[in-house]
Design a protein around this ligand. Structure first.
Ligand SMILES: Cc1ncc(COP(=O)(O)O)c(C=O)c1O
Length: 449
């Protein structure tokens, strides 16, 4: 298999060295349709991780492309200050109405910016209320909230932070998190919570902190780790009792991935102070993120007659708003959320079946349409999974020793069989490699999330 592109690119790709990866395996995508990337040399590749988790309707879904085309006839974007349009107002109302206590939405273009906005909003209410000393945040080990400097300050994964440590805020981190295999794991409902320990933790940290920031239930970049629901609810309750805001980063899990509009509201049964959505918001078609704000936050700004300053040029973008409204229409009018819940049951079966077939699979975990296999393989072999995946026409990009899938959900019932077959073929080849003492391909890609 010829995997090497000879031409050097001028693009510095994400999570890549400036040049080296250009001599490695980069796919030239010439089109993308439905659940597939169409590539110049390798044909149609099943997009098993939804292009970094943002394509719930696959690529170029007709309802999304139609809405963008219609919007283009009117305008693509206009200044968001002292002006508005009906699309953005409609979208804000819909996002607010997912909850009962929310009353405002601020828009940005990416997930990291949404988290930055949430963090700024929380802190500024403290400043307005004469508590500027509450400048820290409490986050979880294994957390990922983006890669800007402020969001790296609440990142619980060393890999992303090491070289910036001199620039990062010194925040508090919750360690020893009980993780589960899925919703059937006994720890899901009862994690044997040490109330005194955690109460003590918050007593010592909350006075200097403004907010607890969480990824509701799944830590994606940490390797699709699923947090015990019981643990997260109890931590949230304690944080609330200590007068901390709760920022829920639903950038990966919200708007469909787990079968809910909001995981905080529907699966954890609480309303955060601030919720961040991105990725799925526009079905991954146009970059847009949304920060949905509880009236408890907005009312502090009202009380002090204070403007919030995050003056992003492309806030409220017209094309993105059109795409987001049509994605929410799809969620409202299809049975896709039910399909996700049904797919979860089937994915558990598929993952268990794979575990029974391959001795190098240590553990499986599944929630919604996120499924992961924990592999016990030498690092070099893990790096070859991408290449073997491409041979089998499936895009897989392990995070460390976690091989995961997060496929488009619009066609999930149909795609499950294909996913099972392709995963089996890839793992079978890995098994063959093990038997041949790993003398297969040289490592061609670094795998970072
Ligand atoms: C939970 C979570 N928060 C924040 C982000 C950052 O989003 P973006 O890549 O759009 O900046 C991501 C991206 O993967 C994410 O999964």
């Amino acid at each position: 298999m010829q995997l090497i592109d000879t031409q050097l690119s001028s693009t510095w790709f994400p999570a890549a060295k400036p040049d080296k990866d250009n001599n490695q395996f980069n796919l030239e995508v010439t089109a993308a349709q439905g659940s597939y990337l169409v590539t110049a040399k390798h044909g149609e590749i099943y997009d098993a991780i939804s292009s970094w988790w943002c394509k719930p309707l696959g690529h170029c879904h007709p309802i999304i492309t139609k809405s963008i085309r219609e919007q283009l006839k009117l305008f693509e974007h206009h200044i968001p200050a002292k002006s508005w349009n009906s699309n953005i107002e409609k979208l804000s109302k819909r996002l607010v109405q997912i909850f009962t206590q929310m009353d405002k939405v601020i828009y940005a273009s990416d997930g990291s910016s949404a988290v930055e906005i949430a963090m700024k909003l929380s802190y500024e209410t403290r400043v307005l209320e004469q508590q500027a000393y509450r400048s820290k945040y409490i986050a979880l080990n294994g957390a990922y909230h983006g890669e800007t400097i402020f969001t790296l300050g609440v990142c619980g994964i060393k890999y992303y932070k090491t070289n910036y440590s001199g620039l990062l805020q010194d925040n508090y981190f919750i360690e020893d998190i009980p993780y589960v295999d899925g919703q059937n794991d006994p720890l899901w409902l009862d994690c044997n919570f040490d109330y005194n320990y955690w109460n003590n933790f918050f007593t010592h940290t909350a006075q200097n902190a403004t907010a607890l920031i969480i990824e509701p239930l799944v830590q994606g970049a940490a390797g699709m780790k699923i947090i015990s629901r019981d643990f997260l609810i109890k931590i949230i309750n304690l944080a609330r009792n200590h007068n901390l805001h709760i920022i829920a980063d639903e950038i990966m899990v919200g708007l469909g991935r787990l079968g809910y509009y909001s995981v905080s509201k529907e699966l954890l049964n609480f309303e955060p102070d601030i919720v961040c959505f991105a990725k799925n918001l526009t079905a991954g078609a146009i970059p847009m993120s949304a920060v949905v704000i509880n009236h408890s936050i907005s009312q502090v700004f009202r009380k002090h007659q204070k403007a919030f300053l995050h003056s992003h040029t492309h806030s409220c973008n017209g094309l993105a708003a059109a795409a987001a409204n049509s994605y929410l229409d799809y969620l409202d009018n299809s049975n896709i959320l039910t399909q996700v819940k049904l797919a979860e049951i089937k994915l558990i079966e598929i993952m268990n079946d794979l575990k029974n077939s391959f001795a190098f699979i240590k553990q499986t975990r599944v929630i919604g349409t996120i499924a992961a296999l924990e592999l016990n393989l030498p690092i070099r072999m893990l790096e070859d999974i991408f290449n073997i995946g491409i041979e089998e026409q499936i895009y897989l990009r392990p995070i460390g020793n976690t091989l995961y899938i997060m496929p488009p959900i619009y066609n999930i019932k149909h795609d499950l069989e294909l996913i099972q077959t392709k995963l089996h073929l890839v793992l079978q080849k890995i098994s063959t490699l093990i038997n041949k003492n790993c003398n297969y391909l040289p490592s061609k890609c670094r795998h970072v999330p």
